[in-house]
Design a protein around this ligand. Structure first.
Ligand code: ADP
Length: 640
């Protein structure tokens, strides 16, 4: 008690000196005599009691006193003053003064007052301040624990390095429980043993060799039961030979209801112990570790899936290009990079706009058009001579995926087949002409009876069919081979009209209504006149052929922007939906055709070849039972 410092702030320094040396010092108190107001202010907080004459405080002394009392509630104040009015007492008490003494003072009075005030202060310290500090410390410790738990939690979600996360989790378990050592054991399913995956303060050679059977170990029991284990100071526990501990905690690491390992902390020091609260803490950390292990497993799984997918995409023979919404390359495999002759290979191309790395004009225009219509089996010709069939698909949230399938061998086969067909067709022409000639001569060399004339007529019809098939095959061969390059400025209106005039009589025979509307002043086309006429003839003759008696056939030719459109519609039987994708293929005749309707199945294939050779497009819209419309779109000469 006498160790306390007494601060003297009296208006008469001699009185202060006398009091200090005559009474305080002999009683064992330390003291300090304030020289001025600022000296008083600086020493105030370090003192236990201030012996104060209010005059020392200058102007408005009681207010200042009140302020300092509030700042330093442990400093007790004894007023030494002659002012003893009741008003003074009231104000002094309100300012928190502990006692008031009136000079001249007797030493005993001073010392008694001092010891009373100091005793009251000590009581206040013990009953209020110390417990308060203790619970504040407790709270602080808890806050630290939560902060540490939050830190570990944050690391688990933000760090994919499993070693890092598990070591930090064990570290946190050891520090938060004040343990001596800690380890995280995982189960090796093959051997049914636990091995150390992370540790803190465990001897190195020990942690490397530490493997224990699940059945005969404490950790194994925790693993099997899935329940935490707390052993506290029940005498040394033999965890494994040469490993003695006095207290330990083992908690299970659970993943999806299955226990995969154990997190443990222990004390080898017999004076230290664990509580249930420590078990809760270590359990929380074990949950974090289990999450980290699960995250790492999912990540490794994803990574390996990704690697497998990458390996497949990198090694398939087909080219694959994936573009993002801004047409930058998101992925490209070596096959595509090679076909598109990208310098520097696929890796360099990724992230760049496709138009900057690919020079292939056909491919680029195909991508630019993909906003309107996705490429569907479009053919492109690579610079190295190969042909590719390109197909596009939209991938939600990514962009456009294009696959490039090498069809060079099919193209070659097709070419050989066409060549063969052309040769055979060509060679058939002369014998057919001879057969036709001789059948015509037959009646001239002698009279034929009715049956003979009938047979001759049938032979002639068959020869005509074969001749038209041969002619169509030869036509198709020529168009496909690109030999049909003659182009001139044509007025499509009059070309179509000629074709219609040729077919009018056929329509009349079937009492069909042939309605023709051809826009005037149509722009010129740069085209092969006889081929365009063939297109119109094939489409209109099909309509006449397949639509029934009395049907209505409409032909429209009109301009739309820089294109001319030829549309042929009928209200005939329509084409079954399942046949529609194939009607432009060679020799394909749809299931709606009655057996007695003659045809080769080549007409629409010829139409398609001619239209495409003119950079146009043709398609069909048909509804069974309602009718069919064929639309041909051709670019005008200016557009071309
Ligand atoms: P074909 O010699 O059989 O007429 P095309 O190539 O001209 O050969 O036509 C292919 C098939 O398309 C026809 O066999 C027929 O089934 C169908 N088709 C073509 N035009 C029409 C049409 N206007 N109405 C109904 N079916 C049609």
């Amino acid at each position: 008690m006498t160790e306390e410092t007494i601060l003297l702030a009296l208006s008469d320094p001699h009185v202060a000196q006398l009091m200090a040396q005559g009474a305080l010092s002999p009683a064992g108190y330390r003291y300090h005599i304030a020289k001025n107001l600022s000296d008083l202010a600086s020493k105030w907080g370090e003192s236990a009691v201030v012996l104060l004459d209010p005059k020392f405080l200058g102007k408005d002394p009681m207010q200042r006193l009140q302020d300092w009392r509030q700042q330093h509630p442990l400093v007790r104040v004894i007023i030494v003053s002659n002012q003893t009015t009741s008003e003074f007492w009231r104000v002094a008490m309100r300012a928190g003064v502990a006692d008031i003494l009136q000079p001249p003072l007797r030493t005993s009075t001073l010392l008694t007052a001092l010891s009373d005030v100091l005793r009251e202060r000590q009581n206040f310290l013990e009953q209020v301040i110390i417990p308060l500090r203790r619970s504040t410390q407790n709270l602080q410790d808890r806050v630290e624990i939560f902060e540490r738990l939050a830190e570990v939690g944050q690391m688990v979600t933000g760090n994919l390095d499993l070693d890092d996360v598990l070591n930090s989790t064990v570290d946190a378990a050891v520090t938060l429980t004040d343990a001596q050592e800690g380890s995280l054991l995982l189960l090796d399913r093959e051997t049914d043993e636990l091995y150390v995956r992370a540790e803190r303060n465990v001897e190195d050679h020990f942690s490397r060799t530490y493997r224990l059977k699940v059945e005969d170990s404490l950790a194994g029991k925790v693993l099997q039961s899935g329940e935490p284990l707390l052993i506290s100071r029940r005498g040394p526990q033999k965890i494994k030979t040469a490993y003695l501990v006095h207290a330990l905690i083992y908690v299970p690491l659970r993943r999806k209801g299955e226990t995969i390992g154990v997190l443990g902390v222990d004390h080898r020091d017999p004076d230290k112990d664990f509580t249930r609260e420590h078990v809760l803490l270590v359990s929380a950390l074990a949950d974090f570790a289990a999450i980290a292990i699960e995250n790492a497993r999912l990540f490794a799984h994803l990574q390996s899936e990704r690697d497998r997918l990458n390996a497949i995409l990198l090694n398939v023979a087909d080219g694959v290009v994936v573009l993002d919404e801004s047409q930058k390359i998101f992925f490209i495999n070596p096959a595509a990079a090679e076909a598109l002759e990208i310098t520097g290979g696929p890796q360099k191309a990724i992230g760049n706009p496709i138009s900057e790395v690919v020079e292939h004009a056909e491919f680029i225009s195909l991508i630019q058009e993909s906003a309107q219509h996705l490429p569907e089996r479009e053919e492109i010709h690579a610079k190295d001579g190969r042909f590719f069939s390109v197909q596009g698909a939209r991938i939600p949230d990514i962009g456009l995926a294009l696959t490039m399938h090498d069809i060079s061998s099919l193209k070659e086969l097709d070419r050989i087949k066409s060549e063969f067909v052309s040769t055979v067709s060509h060679d058939l022409r002369s014998p057919l002409t001879a057969v036709m000639g001789y059948t015509e001569l037959l009646s001239r060399v002698g009279p034929l009876n009715e049956r003979q004339a009938e047979f001759v007529h049938r032979v002639q019809q068959s020869v005509q069919n074969i001749t038209s098939l041969v002619n169509e095959l030869l036509d198709l061969g020529k168009i496909e081979a690109g030999f049909d390059i003659h182009r001139e400025f044509i007025d499509i209106g009059s070309v179509v009209q000629v074709a219609i005039d040729e077919l009018c009589s056929l329509a009349e025979k079937k009492r069909q209504h042939l309605l023709v509307s051809i826009e005037t002043n149509l722009p010129a086309l740069l085209a092969n006149s006889s081929r365009i006429q063939q297109v119109a003839r094939n489409l209109v003759s099909n309509a006449i052929k397949y639509a029934p008696f009395g049907a209505r056939i409409e032909v429209h030719v009109y301009q739309q922007e820089q294109q001319v459109i030829l549309q042929v519609s009928d209200n005939g039987p329509g084409i079954p939906l399942s046949d529609q994708p194939y009607i432009f293929d060679k020799f394909y005749r749809a299931s709606n055709v009655p057996d007695d309707v003659a045809g080769t199945g080549l007409g629409l294939a010829i139409v398609k070849s001619i239209v495409e050779a003119h950079d146009g497009r043709v398609w069909v819209e048909s509804y069974p039972g309602e009718g069919t419309t064929f639309t041909v779109v051709l670019p005008t000469a200016t557009e071309q």
